[in-house]
Design a protein around this ligand. Structure first.
Ligand SMILES: *[C@@H]1O[C@H](CO)[C@@H](O)[C@H](O)[C@H]1NC(C)=O
Ligand SMILES: *[C@@H]1O[C@H](CO)[C@@H](O)[C@H](O)[C@H]1NC(C)=O
Ligand SMILES: *[C@@H]1O[C@H](CO)[C@@H](O)[C@H](O)[C@H]1NC(C)=O
Length: 973
């Protein structure tokens, strides 16, 4: 229904009502008539009251639709939608180009709130709604313009070039506003150049991971930067420097570009998917990929891959299924995955692959009957440090069972996509299920036939243990229910039915009703309409949208909702969508198609709260807990701070809440300062883990390797609707082995380390501990690395460093052991147990290998006992070599003095309190310095006595022969 139609209809209804009431007063004798007329009057008045609450709808926006650009002298576009518009009413400090036009441009000369409203001719039907538009006097009046001139296919993985220049939104032309301009206009080229000369440059920060990208200024008058990203989109921030030109600076901004993918047109085989006629639209989007969304309406199902810059109707090829009589399928729910969508049609799930668009029933054992609901993950788990465990992306439930499914489905395989995670007895009925506050948690709202209360079952997906908590009585609230878990360290949720909302804080320690400002019910406040859906951004700004498009707002955690000014016609079908920049977008289904419009939430909140008591109890709240995941290894800790600034006397603080108490310790210290009636509280939190793993004897491997994840959240102790909350407040603390943590043996600086100097070598059998045969070794240069050339008389102690990937962490001072890879035994330790001051006999390779175990397993953190800990063991023989090394000990390795040798040493850290990781390294040593003769001498020393005897024998023989010859000679003469 058009708006002029609505206006005239109201007038017609008014006339009918008046004439009816006139007739009624005239005919008070005739009861039959009276009844009929009475009914008519009531009906008409009901309708009238309904329309009376309808206000003349008006909206506003600025040029770039950015909240920070509502500034002094900037253009604000006013737009009235209705039939009886007269003119705009605005304050003296502002000007309007054409106040009699329903589409006018306004600009204000002073900062502050400016009351604006349209004046209408027919006040009886159209209420004028006043807004208080807040204009700031920020000097950030210029904006970054970014464009990717050649936006290529999403599947191509090469780099793309982004061009960046500076624009003044008030002077931008249409192409710059709709982001189609490829090069700057003369004026903006000049403006950009002037700011460049002043020191401005574009710093690009990728939003996916903290990385800045260099940009360079080209002679065409703009910056260029290369974006390497194999995602479907490029999302970056452009950070400004503090440079100004004529008092104007550039506001930092966010930009998102999406890859394009060609769309195949549909043939006539494909049919639509629709909600039942008259149902309100619904929308789902991926928690990690919000640009990919599916909109369900009674006109069809629409899909976007670029946050509704464009969208396309999703139709299906019925394939082997029957085409429904209606000519379209009636869907009730849908979820969108990486490679396709799942639809709930009737009580079965169907798969539509993005690739071929064919609708399939029951591929990969997709649930085929009894499905009551379907839900998609609400909090992105991409950064959640659960290794080798894929968290669920969808949940589907029947009356008594819950199933989960992953992020993509391959219909060609035989393995089942969904797996059962909960089966309840028939006395329990699942009312709804949802993903929890925590990335790994799941939840179900359950009703037991023998109980008057509703229960909430919650579980950590990776643990699989369901905890049951009893909630309110089921008489209080009637279903159907919906749940939304708020991203938080402790389970925090919203539950609602058609008319009422409840919320719970901190693992159900508080259950409260959400009420409107005047304590009436939500439904009542919205002229009897029902709750349609709820949207919440990362800063906990929550919007409750009613079916008649009335919007309520609150900062989640407050128990009062307040109504925002009307933004859309109550008759229209509207849904709210939150894009990657956390902007609310209003999607309106019109006869002409989908209308996509940004909604200036912050401006509307400010306008609605003006004049009411909504002082935020603090002025500023900042913290440095900005990483999604912190890794905490044994003995490590993280120090964080959070600062809150408030007016003197407000009793406010910061809390760090967490979902598990037993894993990490937290100590706090507070710095407090009060200057000029402003209190500053800076709280420092030290988070550490200090379990002692030395005494664990049984099940040691299990406990020794155990890791856990603790989620923590920083929040002020009090908040209010008008408070700014930082977007990032939750971090996960992974207690365990950090990814890619390893040790490296440092190559001593003056010791040459050579590569590829030989291929093979032979170890003589007599230096091997496990055989007496010579061993030919092919040296593996790739895994063992270079060989350290060490003089045979030198002693050597490896120094070790700890690394996370390529990042140096620290030098290792823990105890470690070494063993030769090929079982050489011709290396020695120079210190004895007594020399290193052992309190009792230390462990040795000999004692550890008694059970003929492999050296890799025989000795390690799980069974290591330090000889410096007095554990009442017998003293033993302290004159044996001490075989454990440490950075600070005087224990060194010494090598064979008989022959030059090549050793490949394995090294392992044995201190059980050092790390959750299995820290090992390999290093190789080649000794030199023993001459060939020496080696021969040593090798053949057993021959020496033989040679000496031989020489003596020869000598004797010679002497003998000469004497004999002499004698002969004398005889003959
Ligand atoms: C964007 O601006 C250009 C240039 O004025 C115009 O040709 C184009 O139609 C506009 N596109 C949209 C989507 O408004
Ligand atoms: C809060 O205190 C910590 C340590 O005491 C300090 O490093 C940090 O900079 C302080 N925060 C602010 C905002 O001053
Ligand atoms: C060992 O290496 C040498 C040269 O480095 C080569 O001549 C010889 O054939 C190798 N021995 C074997 C058994 O491969």
């Amino acid at each position: 229904m058009g708006n002029s139609d609505t206006g005239s209809l109201k007038r017609v209804l008014q006339i009918i009502a008046l004439s009816l009431s006139f007739l009624v007063t005239q005919n008070n004798g005739k009861t039959q008539w009276n009844k009929m007329f009475g009914f008519g009057v009531v009906l008409t008045y009901v309708l009238l009251i309904y329309f009376q609450t309808v206000v003349g709808i008006w909206r506003y926006k600025n040029t770039l639709e950015e909240k920070q650009l509502f500034i002094v002298d900037s253009n604000i576009f006013l737009e009235y939608e209705g039939s009886s518009f007269l003119e705009w009413k605005y304050p003296e400090d502002c000007d309007v180009n054409n106040k009699g036009s329903s589409h006018a441009v306004m600009w204000c000369k002073t900062p502050g709130f400016h009351a604006v409203k349209p004046l209408v001719s027919d006040v009886s039907t159209e209420k004028e709604e006043e807004r208080h538009i807040y204009i700031s006097d920020s000097f950030f009046r210029l904006a970054w313009y970014a464009v990717i001139p050649l936006l290529r296919n999403a599947s191509e993985r090469d780099s793309q070039t982004v061009r960046i220049w500076i624009i003044d939104p008030n002077q931008a032309d249409e192409a710059e506003i709709n982001n189609t301009a490829k090069s700057p206009s003369d004026y903006f080229r000049y403006l950009t150049k002037r700011l460049l000369v002043g020191g401005e440059f574009a710093v690009l920060e990728l939003s996916s991971f903290p990385q800045t990208i260099e940009s360079y200024f080209t002679n065409q008058g703009f910056w260029e930067a290369r974006l390497f990203d194999d995602h479907e989109y490029h999302h970056f921030h452009i950070i400004s420097q503090s440079v100004s030109f004529h008092g104007k600076s550039v506001a930092s901004s966010q930009h998102v570009f999406y890859g394009t993918s060609p769309e195949k047109p549909y043939g006539d085989k494909e049919v639509s998917l629709r909600l039942t006629t008259g149902s309100p639209m619904s929308i789902v989007w991926g928690a990690c990929t919000p640009h990919r969304a599916l909109l369900l309406s009674d006109k069809g199902t629409f899909m976007t891959k670029n946050a509704f810059l464009s969208y396309k109707e999703i139709k299906v090829n019925p394939g082997e299924l029957l085409t429904p009589d209606e000519g379209y399928y009636i869907v009730s729910d849908a979820v969108v995955l990486e490679n396709g969508s799942i639809f709930r049609i009737g009580d079965a799930l169907f798969w539509r692959d993005h690739e071929d668009g064919i609708l399939r029933r029951n591929p990969v054992k997709l649930l085929d009957e009894g499905v009551k609901g379907l839900s998609l993950r609400t909090h992105c788990a991409d950064h959640y440090p659960l290794q080798e465990f894929e968290l669920a992306t969808i949940l589907a439930w029947t009356d008594h069972e819950i199933y989960k499914g992953g992020k993509s489905l391959d219909w060609r395989t035989n393995s089942s996509y969904m797996s059962n995670i909960l089966s309840l007895p028939t006395t329990a009925t699942i009312l709804t299920a949802a993903f929890g506050s925590h990335p790994a948690s799941l939840s179900a709202l359950v009703m037991y036939t023998d109980s008057v209360q509703l229960s909430l079952l919650t579980s950590y997906e990776n643990e699989g243990i369901w905890r049951n908590r009893t909630l309110w009585s089921k008489n209080v609230l009637q279903g159907p229910f919906q749940m939304l878990f708020v991203s938080a360290a402790m389970e925090t949720l919203l539950v609602w039915n058609k008319d009422t909302m409840l919320y719970s804080f901190h693992n159900d320690s508080e259950w409260r009703y959400l009420q409107t400002m005047d304590s009436s019910s939500i439904s009542q406040e919205a002229s009897g309409s029902h709750i349609h859906h709820v949207v919440m951004d990362h800063s906990r700004n929550m919007l409750v949208k009613m079916e008649n498009n009335v919007l309520f707002f609150c900062k989640f955690g407050m128990n009062k909702l307040f109504r925002l000014p009307t933004w859309n016609d109550p008759e229209r079908s509207v849904v709210l969508y939150l894009n990657q920049k956390e902007q609310i977008t209003m999607l309106t289904m019109l006869d002409t198609g989908l209308h996509v419009q940004k909604y200036p939430l912050q401006m509307e909140i400010r306008s609605a709260m003006r004049g009411e008591v909504h002082g935020c109890p603090y002025i500023g709240f900042t913290h440095n807990m900005n990483r999604p995941v912190y890794y905490i290894d044994k003995g490590e800790g993280v120090e964080l701070w959070a600062q809150i600034v408030n007016h003197e006397g407000e009793n406010i603080n910061v809390t760090l809440s967490r979902n598990k108490d037993h894993v990490l310790h937290i100590t706090e210290s507070t710095q407090f300062e009060s200057v000029h009636h402003l209190d500053t509280t800076n709280k420092t939190f030290t988070i550490y883990q200090d379990a002692d793993y030395r005494d664990i004897t049984n099940n040691s491997d299990l406990i020794w390797n155990s890791s856990d994840i603790v989620s923590m959240e920083l929040l002020p102790t009090q908040i209010d609707n008008s408070c700014n909350l930082p977007k990032h407040r939750i971090s996960h603390f992974f207690v365990g082995c950090p990814p890619n943590r390893h040790i490296r043996v440092i190559k001593p600086q003056r010791t040459p380390c050579q590569m590829h100097t030989f291929d093979n070598y032979t170890i003589p059998g007599f230096v091997l501990s496990n055989s007496s045969k010579d061993l030919l070794v092919f040296y593996d240069w790739k895994s063992f690395g270079c060989v350290l050339r060490i003089h045979y008389k030198d002693e050597f102690r490896p120094d070790i460093e700890l690394y996370d990937g390529e990042t140096f962490v620290r030098s290792v001072d823990a105890d470690f052991i070494v063993w030769e890879n090929y079982n050489r035994k011709d290396y020695y330790f120079n210190a004895t147990m007594r020399q290193v001051a052992c309190l009792h006999e230390a462990q040795t390779w000999k004692s550890m290998l008694v059970d003929e175990k492999r050296p890799e397993e025989a000795w390690g953190p799980h069974n290591y006992r330090s000889c410096f800990v007095d554990n009442a063991e017998k003293l033993g023989n302290l004159d044996q070599p001490y075989e454990i090394m440490n950075r600070s000990s005087k224990n060194y390795l010494s090598f064979s003095e008989e022959h030059n040798a090549i050793y490949v040493f394995n090294l392992k850290i044995v201190d059980p309190n050092y790390s959750f990781c299995d820290l090992r390294a390999v290093f190789a040593v080649q000794t030199y310095g023993i001459s060939m003769v020496d080696q021969l001498l040593t090798h053949y020393k057993f021959l020496i006595p033989f040679f000496i005897s031989l020489i003596i024998l020869c000598f004797i023989f010679y002497k003998y022969t000469s004497i004999f010859r002499d004698m002969l000679h004398k005889k003959c003469v």
